[in-house]
Design a protein around this ligand. Sequence first.
Ligand code: F6P
Length: 327
Amino acid sequence: MISRIAVMTSGGDSPGMNAAIRAAVRMGDHLGIEVLGVEDGFDGLLNGRITPIAPGQASRVSGIERQGGTVLGTSRSAEFRSEAGLQSALSQLERHGIEALVVIGGEGSLHGAHRLSQCGFPVVLVPASIDNDVGGTAVSIGVDTAVNTALDAIDRLKDTAAAFRRAFIVEVMGRDSGWLALQSGIAAGVDMVLIPEVAFEVETIITRMKAVRASGKSHFVLVTAEGVSPTASDIHHAITRRQDEVGFESRLTILGHIQRGGAPTAFDRLLAARLAARAVEELFHGRLGAVIGFRNMQTVATPLEAAVAEPRAFSEEVYRFAEILAG
Ligand code: F6P
């Protein structure tokens, strides 16, 4: 029976990571498991920055469910990706008597967790990333908050776009995933959404802008995912060069890291609570090497191998509806 685990956050922080840490600690305490915290992701793990939380220090996680970021800190560890880094992490886990590990993070963390698991170390991954690109789940912790943050920003930009009769090109995050762009773009009722999963040409944007202009609309809002090519900046410059033809002056807004911060929504807090609590229960019962995800409103365990191989969540239907409803 497992009696001593560690919890860590890794990669890009996402709102709700703290709620997941809290839930893992509370569930561990409930099951009589000792819970340690790894600081600063895989960097902290391979350097042995590991401290006890529960029992004894469980008050460290009181009230953190409403905070963005991660109280444990995070990193993108290049060193962990090397064989030497992996071996250091394994020896630190052994040195601290840790029998199993809960990794809270995104796609990169999934690969990190999978490597540890391939070495025989018991690990579960709780998916947390604003990109929603993690296998083994329909939705990751932090996505809902990030979509709401982007939506709020786009709503505000629409006000000034209409006032000045301008075009706004709004770039949202997502690395090479178009999820955030598609969700926030549909919710904000924008004129066009561009994502990395679907190729496009600048000429298509120009045609759409002219049609919107001809329809009598005073402004044009285009949401692009950061992974698109040509980039939001390329598009903005192309439109600016052809301003007389398209009939809109263009402005470029890159939302950037603002989408990673802020208090998590109720949905993200609940998701974090359910996934992390289930993750610790899985470890306790000896069910190891899985992603604990969320599908059809239920928590589900998917083997790490299967999650690594799973294609990223992308709905043709959602993209088609975004196209139809735009404008
Ligand atoms: O993976 C989350 C994310 O915010 C991506 O959307 C973005 O591409 C990347 O992290 C930015 O990373 P960094 O914080 O290292 O600049």
